[in-house]
Design a protein around this ligand. Structure first.
Ligand code: I24
Ligand code: DGL
Length: 272
């Protein structure tokens, strides 16, 4: 059991922000990652479609004999976690609850902001999870639909990005939030600009990094951790699109010069 891989899924390559944390925090764990680059972005899609696509990736990962599933995409977690969890016998982890727990721990004044894709914002998954744990929290959720295209066009470090970040986050300046959840895989790339705009009094919560800490706890709880094995850990990558773009971004982001993703065609029949 313990030597089986952990499965990660995402709408594209953004989930590699979570994988990067996994490689750092859990270096003995084998990883299988699948990104649905052919159908990205999930953010603007209806929840029912995100559920269907996510379920197809789950079927693929189950064939890889994973011991735990990480839904490394906020939009997919918001739309599909609750329907996937009861259908599987392995532990299933999304990126939303770990982010909410970290925010509850971080806030000093109970004023928490969230930025996410349209799908995640519409689901109110973060707001509901936070309020269920503390009804006194004042929670302000906003979609930041311009942020994903900004990162994907490689402009996350430009004057345009600075302008878009300022325009998007301006409403938060009228609030008292002391904690902001980055509720989308891509947003950690904009962290320096977000921090520069909001100032260091607002703590920024990276849901992906928090998720890997929780995966570590769950591996121990379920006796599934692959502890200090002699053999080096492996990482396999799959994408639904042509792999060239994935290899380029993945190898740069993860610092792996031998990263070669394989293209997969997800079986539409496997829904149900
Ligand atoms: N970042 C992401 N996706 C991309 C990208 C990127 N291209 C440059 N960078 N492309 O996700 C996905 C394919 N796009 C093409 C345009 O149409 C839509 C689909 C975020 C990845 C986070 C790990 C910027 C970039 C990079 C290297 C590393 C990190 C990074 F080039 F953000
Ligand atoms: N991975 C998605 C998320 O975290 C962002 C990209 C998309 O919209 O597909 O919500």
């Amino acid at each position: 059991m313990a030597n089986q891989p952990i499965g990660f899924l995402d709408s594209g390559v953004g989930g590699l922000t979570v994988v990067k944390e996994a490689l750092r925090q859990l270096p003995h764990e084998d990883i299988v990652f699948i990104g649905d680059q052919a159908r990205l972005p999930y953010g603007p899609r209806p929840a029912s479609q995100v559920q269907e696509f996510t379920w197809q990736m789950v079927q693929f990962l189950l064939q890889k004999d994973i011991k735990m599933l990480v839904i490394a995409c906020n939009t997919a977690t918001a739309a599909a976690l609750e329907v996937i969890k009861p259908r599987l016998t392995i532990p299933v982890v999304g990126v939303i609850l770990p982010g909410t727990r970290a925010a509850i721990k971080a806030t000093r004044n109970n004023q928490i902001g969230i930025i996410s894709t349209e799908g995640t914002d519409k689901s109110q998954a973060y707001v509901k999870a936070l309020k269920a744990r503390n009804a006194r929290l004042n929670v302000i959720s906003m979609a930041a639909p311009k942020f994903v295209p900004l990162v994907e066009s490689n402009e996350f470090n430009t004057p345009l990005a600075k302008k878009v970040v300022a325009e998007t986050l301006a409403p938060f300046k009228q609030t008292e939030i002391d904690t902001l959840i980055l509720g989308c895989t891509h947003y950690p790339l904009l962290r320096p600009l977000i921090r520069a705009y909001l100032g260091d009094k607002v703590q920024l919560i990276d849901s992906g990094a928090e998720t890997v800490s929780e995966v570590s706890v769950l591996l121990d709880y379920f006796n599934l951790a692959n502890l200090n094995t002699e053999r080096p850990a492996t990482a396999e990558f799959y994408t639904t699109a042509a792999p060239e773009m994935f290899d380029l971004i993945g190898s740069q982001w993860l610092g792996m010069d031998d990263l070669h993703a394989q293209q997969v065609h997800l079986n539409k029949e496997s829904h149900e």
